[in-house]
Design a protein around this ligand. Structure first.
Ligand code: ZN
Length: 89
């Protein structure tokens, strides 16, 4: 006798929009998942700020050079928001 058990594979993708990495937060005193936020736009690089999803405080920063920009999928979303920070003398 062959008994087949069909189960629905529930894929938990609720954190798909969040950054997979987690950084240590001093306020939460634990490694918390972080959100990547575009902080500063420079001609050759862009600086991202990592915000704790628990308390919203900044827990780290990261520079993304022009070479790495193509690998960052988040850029497609952030590109819509343009601030005056990109203007240099
Ligand atoms: Zn926190």
């Amino acid at each position: 006798m062959a008994s087949n058990t069909n189960r629905y594979q529930q894929q938990q993708q609720q954190f798909e929009n969040f950054t997979a990495s987690a950084l240590y937060c001093e306020k939460c005193r634990a490694a918390m998942p972080v959100r990547e936020r575009l902080l500063l736009i420079l001609p050759d690089r862009e600086i991202f700020d990592y915000l704790c999803t628990g308390c919203g405080s900044s827990v780290g920063q990261r520079e993304v050079t022009a070479g790495e920009k193509s690998m960052t999928q988040a850029m497609a979303e952030r590109r819509a928001r343009r601030g005056p920070l990109g203007v240099l003398p």
